[in-house]
Design a protein around this ligand. Structure first.
Ligand SMILES: C[S@@+](CC[C@H](N)C(=O)[O-])C[C@H]1O[C@@H](n2cnc3c(N)ncnc32)[C@H](O)[C@@H]1O
Length: 347
């Protein structure tokens, strides 16, 4: 038996390689988004635009408890969101700047949407979705996701402002990633407030656009930003029942909300309504095979817990297209987390 006193013993592992500690960190991980939500909801970043401030002063101006606000900011500062100086004053960092509500690229609405109860509560009940195959959303909120967000203007605003905040940075990049045929009628299908169509019309002077969504959503559209440029129109409707005539159907961050059967209905209507040169451009994450981390694998669980949707692999898009009478022609990566999955009528 080895002499315990002389034995070097097991090599001490740094904390992050001890699997128990790693599991502990994963289990505690939900507290970080909780802290992020708290500061976004309190509007802390808006109160630091004049420079670093002592916590007592900052807490008073946002209406918070100084000790608890400091504890929350201390955690966020570990990831570069806010910074504490040697004098105990907190200041903005580049990431915290994005939580200001008065900057054009504010990400505060995206944080408030993603951490909203509509995502947070069903995620806490993920086990139910895994067991039954159906999200806990309807049980918790008494109605499907999009009905919940259509209930009143305040609830709808959380979702649509959040979507715009998520989508605004990626829309111009996506618009530049595809050569739209000159003269084409581009339908932004389930286009929300029309951020992607706006970017396409700005990038591509020779196309015309149609924004298609539910009537209450179209009321908040942004296409008026084009001023005197009237190459666009609005069409209100239900994408499970119809699609407006067009040449190119942009379907961005829509199919991931739905199960295959609903997606096939959406795609079939587009195929039938499309002109001879028609094509569909699904803009979604394409989940890679293998074990490497990928944001699509995370978003996928959001789609599982609040919707009956999913993020898909290339092969899954191929079979979805085939069911809808379409042929997947190519997948175009973009400098965003989304790809353009192009399809044309099969045969
Ligand atoms: C996740 S959002 C995507 C919005 C936009 N494409 C974007 O990328 O920002 C899904 C959109 O589908 C729309 N939608 C949901 N159900 C619909 C239906 N039955 N008919 C038409 N649009 C619908 C919603 O109003 C919402 O604007």
């Amino acid at each position: 038996m080895a002499n315990a006193a002389s034995s070097p013993g097991p090599v001490e592992q740094p904390a992050h390689t001890d699997p128990r500690l790693a599991l502990m960190d994963h289990a505690l991980g939900y507290l970080f988004p909780a802290a992020l939500r708290a500061v976004a909801a309190l509007g802390v970043a808006d109160h630091l635009t004049g420079g670093a401030r002592p916590i007592a002063e900052l807490a008073e101006s946002v209406g918070a408890d100084p000790l608890n606000l400091r504890r929350v900011l201390r955690l966020l500062a570990t990831q570069g969101i806010f910074v504490e100086d040697d004098g105990g004053r907190f200041a903005l960092t580049p990431s915290a700047e994005l939580l200001r509500t008065d900057v054009p690229s504010s990400f505060a609405p995206a944080v408030l949407m993603i951490t909203d109860r509509s995502f947070w509560l069903p995620a806490g009940e993920l086990e139910e979705a895994v067991r039954t195959g159906a999200p806990a959303f309807e049980r918790l909120f008494g109605m499907p996701f999009f009905d919940h967000f259509a209930r009143d203007a305040e609830t709808a605003a959380v979702f649509h402002a959040g979507m715009a905040s998520t989508s605004d940075p990626e829309n111009p990049v996506i618009a530049r990633s595809y050569d739209f045929p000159p003269g084409a009628v581009v339908v932004d299908h389930g286009g929300g407030h029309g951020g992607l169509l706006l970017a396409v019309l700005r990038e591509q002077p020779e196309v015309r656009g149609v924004l298609f969504d539910q009537p209450h959503v179209l009321q908040g559209h942004h296409l008026g930003e084009l001023g005197a440029d009237h190459r666009w129109s609005l069409v209100a409707g239900d994408f499970f029942a119809e699609a407006p005539p067009g040449d190119v159907y942009l379907i961005k961050r829509v199919l991931h909300d739905w199960d295959d059967e609903h997606c096939v209905r959406i795609l079939r209507h587009c195929r039938r309504a499309a002109s001879d040169r028609g094509r569909v451009l699904v803009v979604d994450a394409v989940v890679p095979l293998g074990n490497d981390p990928d944001p699509g694998k995370v978003f996928d669980l959001l789609m599982m817990s609040s919707f009956s949707g999913r993020e898909r692999t290339r092969a899954e898009f191929e079979s979805l297209f085939a069911e809808a009478g379409l042929r997947l022609t190519r997948v175009i990566p973009t400098d965003t987390r989304l790809s353009i999955i192009e399809g044309v009528a099969a045969g």
